[in-house]
Design a protein around this ligand. Structure first.
Ligand code: GLN
Length: 544
């Protein structure tokens, strides 16, 4: 096997400049050249994974097929490259330190003093190399989280610095993503912060080969040349990346600026001529989709769209593929508890996404009821499926006290309950039902129809609670259909409501498998139903 090449991405000046999207976009332009790519994120925080972090801290937790709870950037990586990543692709300081300290306790280093250099840095390097060995990729893109200058990022930067030597210099490339602030008074873009962050990086021993300059304004050649001169980077390797309204445009911006060819040239990659025709056609389609479609997302973190990143993207993929411009209405579930309408009537479709804890759940139940009673297409995802079920139990089956044992335990009717194998688990981190599991579809249902009558599908999960089988018959007698079940029939995976245009909840997270060029079947079916409602709504408005 030929040795993989490594591209290390660091960030400077400020955080949140889109380093993750940039890494993902580099992955796409290399893949377009017939190269196999894998992407890894190194997160310098001490949590073992983001699974236990609040969305306020971290945004969405992205789940891989092998059940790792990872940084949301992995979602970008998968969506941009259509490569399935795994648990080796997100490394945190918590994992690294935990592993080294466990080894120390076992006596593996007997006699030695355990230090950040070399023990922690060696463990980081081992994990970076592992992705190369396991993925069989030609190029591994490694994004270091945080910003150069953060204390906790130092061991990671030291590790990737050392890798330049251990991997052969010609097999490594360093990309630094920075930000150019704009001074309104003089109308200028400033390069000084970029120069400082490159100096900081050099102080650690890393000289970047490529600088990607994120900015909200058009950058002229002079500014780019100045960066090249002061940061000692080839002029053609200073790439401006102006904020775009469409994330998926970033690969094309980088490609058109010549980054793909530059990387191939520097790393001597066995690349074919880039084929981005389909991607370009997809962007054209996304841009030309004009018919508006109002979709409500009901959540408790709606001021923080990152918490629903994959849901938002999946809805966008499906809508644009069906020629509609999605207009997402973020509705706070807490507000629905106070005001039971809150604009739901004007929506073409309602998504109730996943979540944990009781806060906001009653508002989501209000939304589910409104959707069911008013024939508004409604898609419930994980907790959303549980909410759809609680609402149905309370208002159709007649079990007024129905609830989930996550919120009321023991309750009179825990129609959502712990799985037997979840009882007695005390650790919260990494102990849920996680990752890909098969689901059998019942022919003739909305779900089976959405998946083109496939018998078995596989979807990613992240939950602790399940539909309580004691209530299955009562549900069926009242018009619910269990259209997806685990292969042994024990676990309810999909529930849908009869005589409704689209009222479906799934215990898994379909949003993790949606790709911009391949919308997810369930999202597509939901959006189709929303489009139908939209045309009815529009005609009604025209008549009144
Ligand atoms: N809190 C619910 C459970 O653990 C749903 C989880 C989710 O929506 N991801 O089962």
């Amino acid at each position: 096997m030929t040795r993989p090449k490594y591209i290390f991405c660091t960030g400077g000046v400020v955080s949140s400049v889109g380093k993750g999207v940039t890494a993902a976009a580099i992955g796409r332009i290399l893949k377009a050249r017939g190269l196999k790519v894998a992407i890894q994120k190194l997160d310098p925080y001490l949590n073992v994974d983001p699974g236990t972090m609040s969305p306020y801290q971290h945004g969405e937790v992205f789940v891989t097929s092998d059940g790792a709870e990872t940084d949301l950037d992995l979602g970008h990586y998968e969506r941009f490259t259509s490569e399935d990543l795994n648990r080796t692709c997100n490394v945190t300081a918590g994992q690294v330190y935990g592993h080294v300290i466990d080894k120390e306790r076992r006596g593996d280093y007997l006699g030695g003093t355990i230090q950040v250099v070399p023990h922690i840095t060696n463990e980081i390097k081992r994990r970076v190399i592992l992705v190369g060995e396991e993925s069989g990729a030609d190029v591994i893109i490694v994004e270091v989280g945080g910003t150069v200058g953060d204390i906790e990022g130092l061991p990671f930067l030291e590790a990737i610095r050392q890798m330049r030597m251990s991997l052969r210099r010609k097999d490594t490339l360093y990309v630094h993503v920075t930000y150019l602030p704009y001074i309104g008074a003089t109308g200028e873009l400033k390069t000084k912060p970029t120069q400082h962050s490159v100096r900081e990086l050099r102080g650690i021993g890393i000289q970047p080969h490529v600088i990607i300059a994120r900015t909200d304004h058009r950058v002229n050649r002079e500014v780019l040349d100045k960066i090249a001169l002061f940061c000692d980077v080839d002029e053609e390797a200073v790439i401006p990346l102006v904020t775009t309204d469409l994330l998926y445009d970033v690969p094309l911006v980088l490609e058109d600026a010549g980054l793909g060819d530059y990387i191939v040239d520097r790393l001597k990659l066995p690349a074919t001529t880039p084929d981005l025709e389909r991607w370009r056609a997809m962007i054209a389609q996304m841009r030309s989709a004009e018919k508006p479609l109002k979709i409500g997302i009901i959540g408790k973190y709606v001021e923080l769209h990152d918490a629903y990143m994959s849901v938002k993207e999946a809805a966008f993929h499906a809508a644009t593929a069906l020629d509609h411009r999605i207009d997402i209405r973020w509705i706070h579930s807490g507000d629905l508890e106070k005001n039971k309408d809150h604009g739901l009537r004007d929506l073409d479709g309602i998504i109730i996404p996943g979540g944990f804890g009781y806060r906001g759940v009653e508002g989501k139940i209000v939304a589910a009821r409104y959707a069911r009673e008013n024939d508004i297409p409604c898609l419930g995802l994980c907790l959303g499926m549980q909410v759809l079920s609680i609402e149905f139990a309370r208002n159709v089956v007649g079990l007024e006290d129905a609830n989930s044992s996550e919120f009321e335990s023991p309750g009179k009717h825990n129609i959502i309950d712990l799985m037997p194998d979840q009882r007695g688990i005390t650790d919260l981190g990494g102990t849920m039902r996680l990752g890909l599991y098969p689901c059998h579809l019942v022919s003739g249902t909305i779900a089976a129809n959405a998946y083109a009558e496939r018998e078995v599908i596989e979807e990613r999960h992240r939950h602790r609670f399940e539909f309580n089988n004691t209530y299955r018959t009562a549900f069926e007698e009242n018009g619910a259909v269990f259209s997806g079940l685990s292969p042994d029939g024990r676990l309810v995976e999909i529930v849908e409501i009869k005589d409704h245009p689209f009222m479906l909840g799934c215990q898994f997270h379909p949003e993790f498998l949606s790709r911009p060029n391949e919308p997810h079947p369930l999202f597509k079916a939901f959006i189709e139903a929303a489009i139908d409602r939209c045309s009815v709504r529009t005609t009604e408005t025209m008549q009144t």
